[in-house]
Design a protein around this ligand. Structure first.
Ligand SMILES: Nc1ncnc2c1ncn2[C@@H]1O[C@H](COP(=O)(O)OP(=O)(O)OP(=O)(O)O)[C@@H](O)[C@H]1O
Length: 574
């Protein structure tokens, strides 16, 4: 690619490649936002427009250097994206796509109706870029800058996705509950990826203005917003290199159809749009992940190099002394409409104890877990953590205080390895942000995270499966992986929701041994479990719930001897 402009390649193809580089830069932002983060935007063309118009206006009307107008464009984009993101990203569902459509339409009409922006004619005479006296006016010379930007943008994204913030971003698509339980403010990350995607678009717009040397509103309308999304989807919206594939396919197919179709059917019209729509449907039918992942299947998969052997351990929190009150649940209540799922339940967990929470199906155990860990809000009552009231706090704040959990239905990132999933647990014990990750300045901390993740996986007996994709594991090992991830948060209390479900007998025994070992190391455990042998042999105390209320609290022997508990399980009157 570097020598292409030096060869006698026709100007047409250089222009095509320049356009592909510009489109791919916008599509890269969508890979991050939509493909990885799960947030759909139809409005990227508006951000391209901000980058283009800011530079065109400031450089033509005020003679400002394009190297300065780039920053002005990025600053304006930041303000626009923050405003839009702040309002819409708290809401789930269709609000963001709709808001981005509205934003794109509104901005496009504004551009087209302002005298000082030249209305529909736009701004002419945008100066060419100059770099150290080198004129970048010709397509052949600008080619280098366009492709340097696109490729650097891609490499920065690859770095980002393989980092502490990247693992969080990859968790967003599967819902926010798990990431929040690992201590992440998912809203902050949603705003961040929205901002990054907008800035990729604005940089592309800046280049576009100085490539075309003129701007007008039409390339920044909703049609282009949709087109950019097409590119990302066709290329493979989850993969960085898919942005290039998609941009190339859309640009080349559309152009070729415009030439070929009139010749084939003997009349001109917008038929290429129809044929293009058919192509899109076929791609989505036969390569639903997009074209790049279908091609990449044939490439060898590289495993992570184990370079963390000598990394320093992550910081650890002070653990409470054995017997100190840790978790106090005081008359907690949760109503779902008319249903009282948890009815004034009280119990406590002291440091160094293993407490079991049992009860028939629908007794309210998982709801109690969700109340304690901040996933659900209480209707009444109090939850105290080491004496401090924590009910009403979001789950990430409770996680920060040392309470970590697993989920009844395993929550993980299936397309990441076991090691990477567990490394997400170390989020609160590390600091690297997006910029450091994109520049690869956080490798030391990353090694420390992987060392910790490996240590926890060894502890749980999964040292052999570090590089396995989490989605390929059977249910039992997935549950163990969740425990390792919770352990990587360095908790003082571990809440385990049915940890033994799906495990074979020997695996259960191994798990019980690990949990006992954890208790010896000072860890406290609260677990919901249906396997009675497992609970009776492991726990110090058991809390029994039935129909949302506390039926009994006592030692395993007391619970086993209780006729009321037996009746509750058998469904008889007591
Ligand atoms: N989000 C919700 N909205 C409405 N009702 C709910 C909700 N979550 C739970 N419930 C109801 O609350 C009751 C308690 O449910 P919960 O899942 O806490 O029970 P459980 O003891 O964990 O059961 P299981 O052992 O089957 O997991 C059930 O009747 C359930 O249908």
């Amino acid at each position: 690619m570097a020598v292409l402009p030096l060869l006698p390649v026709p100007e047409f193809w250089i222009t095509q490649l320049n356009s592909i580089g510009l489109y791919a830069t916008v599509a890269l932002g969508l890979v991050l936002l939509t493909g990885v983060g799960g947030l759909t935007s139809f409005g990227q063309a508006a951000f391209v427009g901000i980058g283009a118009y800011t530079s065109a206006y400031l450089s033509t009307a005020w003679g400002v250097s394009p190297w300065l107008t780039l920053w002005a464009g990025l600053a304006l984009t930041t303000v626009g994206a923050l405003l839009l993101g702040w309002i819409t990203l708290r809401m789930s569902g269709h609000y963001l796509p709709l808001a981005t459509i509205a934003w794109c339409l509104a901005l496009n009409y504004s551009m087209a109706n302002m005298d000082w922006l030249g209305k529909y004619d736009g701004l002419l005479g945008v100066p060419a870029l100059q770099l150290f006296g080198w004129d970048l006016g010709a397509g052949r010379s600008l080619y280098y800058l366009i492709w340097a930007v696109a490729l650097l943008g891609a490499v920065a994204l690859v770095h980002l996705l393989d980092s502490r913030p990247g693992r969080v971003i990859r968790a967003l698509k599967g819902g926010t509950t798990m990431a929040e339980a690992m201590g992440v403010s998912t809203f902050r990350y949603k705003v961040t990826i929205f901002l990054i995607a907008a800035q990729y678009a604005a940089v592309s717009g800046w280049l576009f203005a100085h490539f075309q040397r003129t701007v007008n509103p039409s390339p920044f309308g909703i049609k282009w917003g949709i087109e950019y999304l097409f590119m990302a989807v066709i290329g493979g919206v989850g993969s960085v290199w898919g942005a290039f594939t998609g941009a190339a396919v859309v640009k080349l197919v559309e152009d070729q159809l415009q030439v070929l179709l009139p010749r084939l059917i003997g009349t001109s019209g917008n038929y290429e749009i129809i044929v293009f729509g058919i192509v899109l449907v076929l791609v989505l039918k036969y390569a639903p992940q997009g074209l790049w992942p279908s091609l990449a299947r044939w490439l060898p998969r590289s495993t992570r190099v184990r370079d963390w052997a000598d990394a320093a351990p992550l910081p650890e929190r002070d653990k409470p002394p054995a017997g100190a009150p840790l978790l106090e649940v005081q008359a907690v209540r949760k109503q779902f409409g008319g249903l009282v799922a948890v009815n004034d339940v009280s119990f406590e967990v002291r440091a160094g104890e293993i407490v079991g929470l049992i009860g028939p199906n629908g007794a309210g155990k998982s709801t109690t877990f969700n109340l304690v860990s901040g996933v659900l809000r209480l209707s009444a009552g109090q939850v105290r953590w080491r004496g401090e009231r924590v009910d009403g706090l979001p789950s990430r704040e409770i996680a920060r205080r040392g309470l970590s959990r697993t989920f009844q239905h395993v929550r993980m990132i299936p397309e990441m390895t076991v090691l990477e999933n567990v490394a997400l647990g170390g989020y609160l014990r590390s600091q690297a942000g997006c910029v450091r990750a994109m520049l690869r300045l956080e490798r030391d901390e990353e090694r420390r995270l992987f060392k910790e993740a490996e240590r926890q996986l060894q502890r749980i007996g999964m040292a052999e499966q570090l590089h396995e994709l989490a989605g390929n594991l059977a249910l039992g090992p997935q549950r163990l992986m969740e425990i390792a991830r919770a352990l990587a948060t360095d908790p003082a209390l571990l809440l385990l929701d049915e940890p033994a479900a799906g495990l074979r007998h020997q695996e259960k025994q191994a798990l019980a041994a690990v949990l006992r070992q954890l208790r010896q190391e000072g860890m406290s455990l609260l677990l919901v479990e249906h396997d009675m042998d497992f609970v009776m042999n492991l726990t110090d105390r058991i809390v029994v719930m039935e129909f949302g209320t506390l039926l009994l609290e006592g030692t395993p022997q007391q619970v086993q001897a209780s006729p009321a508990v037996r009746a509750a399980y058998l469904g008889t009157e007591h």
